[in-house]
Design a protein around this ligand. Structure first.
Ligand code: GLN
Length: 493
């Protein structure tokens, strides 16, 4: 599929809210089958320009939509996502549908089962439109590492949508789905949400099952939703969250009604307003002044809504990027060992001997960034370096987590920029992987600490590029993050 675009174009279109769509489906005014067909039409029109969808699951979607229409016609109570068109990042498996993880090495692989998050969406009535482009094995911050070509930002097609879940964010911004699923290991939901002007959720580690998520770095990987507004994102999280016996790290904690939580004002009458921490270290050197100005306005809006704003300090932030890139690459090197040309997808034709088959398949199947990370990770784990690098990184990770816990004893949520800059131009950073890694500074800390967060649109630059505020909360306190994000959203900055 070609994604050639001559001049910058824009494809932003706000989808209708979940509540409005459900009401229309329940009353019979809108048929789920027509809605799905309409979305497929829009995808056919603009996907060649944006390169968001890698494959469509039309048959499955239309069968599900027909079931929803039948239930609505009978007047049966409708499931929470009945008829809602949703797209799935291509790192989550769907039975019988291609699963590429943005890599050539998985070309042709069709998994025999559904990821838990996918199965839960469908059980709640969602209509799954197809699989969405992303950086190869979710490694990247711009979507330029996909073996299937980059995704373009619907706000400005000369710019990246962010990554690795750039396609999932772009799909919502361009109304190619009402909501989508992505994955976040070091910022891959929050940063693209910020670049495309949509809402993205990083659930607490273990809140959403990783069963059926193609692994990048298992101790950091999370599955979470994108939507056009906070309440819809909260509703989706409520559907996919909860214990799963198929993922031993999934939390047993009961799942609150996140949508209802998000409805609570930040200052309830007769109570003190939520306490918001602003970490000094996140407003230092390297932060684009326009991003800073937008976030400052967001903080002022929270103040006005009745929150108590306090400075907090997270002094280990400066070690977060190297710590993340040690742990993530170490785990990736182990997780990606399974792609050997035998069990999944691509096998090199140069297979004279077994070991030639392994090495040629991996050499031809993996892209440059994935190879770089396998090398880095293998090095960090090797005897003699393990203590100096990997163990040290684990120790710093613990310090970062403790620092957050101390901060959350004082405040209910912490607000920061999501990324130091707005969306950058395609090709701008591809020659400098280190610059790309350093831009993850504001997102990797929460990944390492296991805490949760929401990125919410918080104004734009003069050129109209979206800026996202990151709202972080303690483990399993997604409700607080949603409330704060709702208040920022309501300020219409
Ligand atoms: N940009 C980060 C990386 O390249 C985060 C990726 C992610 O969260 N999957 O590793």
């Amino acid at each position: 599929m070609s994604s050639e675009v001559k001049a910058a174009e824009t494809f932003v279109e706000k989808p209708r809210t979940l509540a409005a769509l459900r009401a229309e489906i329940a009353s019979g005014r809108v048929k789920a089958t027509d809605l799905a067909a309409g979305y497929y039409q829009r995808i056919a029109q603009i996907n060649p320009r944006l390169n968001v969808y890698l494959s469509l699951t039309k048959e499955r979607a239309l069968e599900q939509a027909a079931r929803v229409d039948e239930a609505a016609a009978k007047g049966d109570p409708l499931a929470p996502l009945a008829g809602i068109p949703v797209g799935i990042k291509d790192v989550l498996v769907m039975q019988g549908a291609p699963a590429t993880a943005g890599s050539k090495i998985l070309k042709g692989y069709r998994p025999p089962y559904d990821a838990t998050a996918v199965a839960r969406l469908e059980a709640a009535g969602a209509v799954l439109l197809g699989k969405i482009n992303c950086d190869e094995f979710a490694m990247g911050s711009s979507n330029e590492n996909s073996a299937y070509g980059p995704v373009r930002n619907p706000v400005d097609t000369e710019r990246v949508p962010g990554g690795s879940s750039g396609g999932s964010a772009a799909a919502v911004a361009a109304n190619m789905a009402v909501a989508t699923l992505g994955s976040d290991t070091g910022g891959s939901i929050r940063q693209p949400a910020s670049f495309c002007g949509v809402v993205g959720v990083l659930p607490t580690y273990g809140r959403v099952s990783r069963y059926g998520l193609i692994a990048f770095a298992s101790s950091l990987d999370r599955v979470g939703p994108f939507a056009a507004n906070v309440r819809d994102a909260a509703t989706l999280l409520g559907v996919i969250a909860g214990h799963d016996p198929k993922d031993a790290t999934s939390s047993l904690a009961p799942v609150p009604d996140y949508a209802a939580e998000s409805d609570k004002p930040v200052k309830e009458s007769g109570k003190a307003g939520l306490r918001i921490g602003v970490p000094t270290e996140y407003f230092a050197e390297g932060l684009d002044p326009e991003v800073r100005a937008a976030i400052d306005k967001g903080i002022a809006a929270l103040d006005k809504a009745g929150c108590a704003i306090k400075p907090v300090s997270l002094p280990h932030t400066k070690y977060a990027v190297p710590t993340y890139y040690l742990i993530a690459t170490a785990e990736a090197s182990a997780n990606l060992a399974r792609f050997d040309g035998v069990r999944y997808g691509y096998r090199s034709p140069k297979s004279e001997t077994l070991s030639a088959m392994y090495s040629h398949s991996r050499d031809e199947g993996f892209g440059a960034e994935v190879k770089r990370r396998i090398l880095l990770g293998t090095y960090a784990l090797s005897a003699g370096y393990y203590d100096a690098y990997y163990r040290k990184a684990q120790q710093v990770r613990r310090l970062l987590a403790e620092e957050y816990l101390r901060a959350f004893a004082e405040v209910d949520a912490i607000v920061t920029p999501t990324a130091p800059t707005p969306a950058f131009k395609l090709g701008e950073k591809t020659g400098d992987p280190l610059a790309m890694y350093l831009a993850d500074i504001y997102t990797v800390t929460a990944s390492l600490a296991g805490i949760c967060g929401v990125t919410v649109p918080c104004g734009a630059t003069k050129a109209g590029l979206p800026v996202g505020m990151q709202v972080l909360a303690a483990h399993l306190n997604e409700g607080a993050a949603f409330r704060v994000a709702r208040a920022v959203e309501a300020a219409e900055l």
